[in-house]
Write a new protein. Structure first.
Ligand SMILES: [Zn+2]
Length: 214
């Protein structure tokens, strides 16, 4: 018997339930996707994008990696952002971290986990930069949670520093980059209120003029 039997049964029930609500749901969805949101979140199994914000298939374009990191050399993440912004024309990018993130915690400890340590390296750098601020917190859990927030804030900045997002603003395209955090302990999704919606909110050193303009 297949180890996946339960999953296929679950899937059949799920598809049935959606079709009961809207018999043409999947046919309509197959013709096009027009999501307004790009979700950039952690791969953690406890942070399922659509369920958290009550969205159906087709509503969210999703990129997930360990500790929701946005690097300017990551072709995967940048390609997702480029397609979402230039082609799908999403209006909102939702960078969502979560409290108790194992990736963030690993970046604060001296244990090796292998290849992943390199992926998390920029969070270790952020931990070092913020060491005095983080030292004010009473215990490791609080320091981890605060660094989870600071990591989201850093990734919002990284997204808004990409030429993909800045060129959208140059074109006059409405696009906001939001920083949010999810509580695994209470299921609540919180706005960190660090939204960036235009070039004037970006520090001058990170602002680029349109391509070709000198
Ligand atoms: Zn995580």
């Amino acid at each position: 018997m297949s180890d996946l039997k339960q999953l296929f049964e679950n899937n059949a029930r799920w598809a049935d339930a959606i079709k009961q609500e809207d018999p043409e749901f999947f046919e309509k969805l197959a013709r096009q996707q027009a999501p307004e949101y790009l979700w950039i979140g952690c791969s953690d199994a406890r942070v399922p994008a659509n369920e958290i914000v009550g969205m159906l298939p087709g509503d969210l374009f999703v990129h997930r990696n360990v500790a929701n990191v946005v690097l300017h050399t990551d072709l995967n993440c940048l390609s997702v952002i480029q397609y979402a912004v230039d082609v799908l024309k999403v209006k909102h990018i939702l960078v969502t971290g979560h409290y108790g993130c194992g990736g963030v915690r690993s970046a604060m400890r001296d244990t090796q986990f292998g290849l992943i340590d390199g992926w998390l390296r920029t969070i270790r750098d952020l931990y070092y930069e913020q060491r005095e601020h983080l030292a004010q917190f009473g215990n490791e859990e609080e320091r981890v949670d605060r660094l989870c927030e600071l990591n989201v804030i850093q990734q919002v900045a990284n997204v808004s520093h990409t030429t993909i997002v800045q060129n959208a603003w140059h074109r006059g395209q409405a696009l906001s980059v939001h920083g949010c955090i999810y509580g695994i302990k209470d299921g609540l999704w919180k706005n960190l209120n660090v939204t960036v919606s235009g070039l004037e909110q970006v520090p001058p050193q990170y602002r680029l003029r349109p391509l070709g303009e000198v």
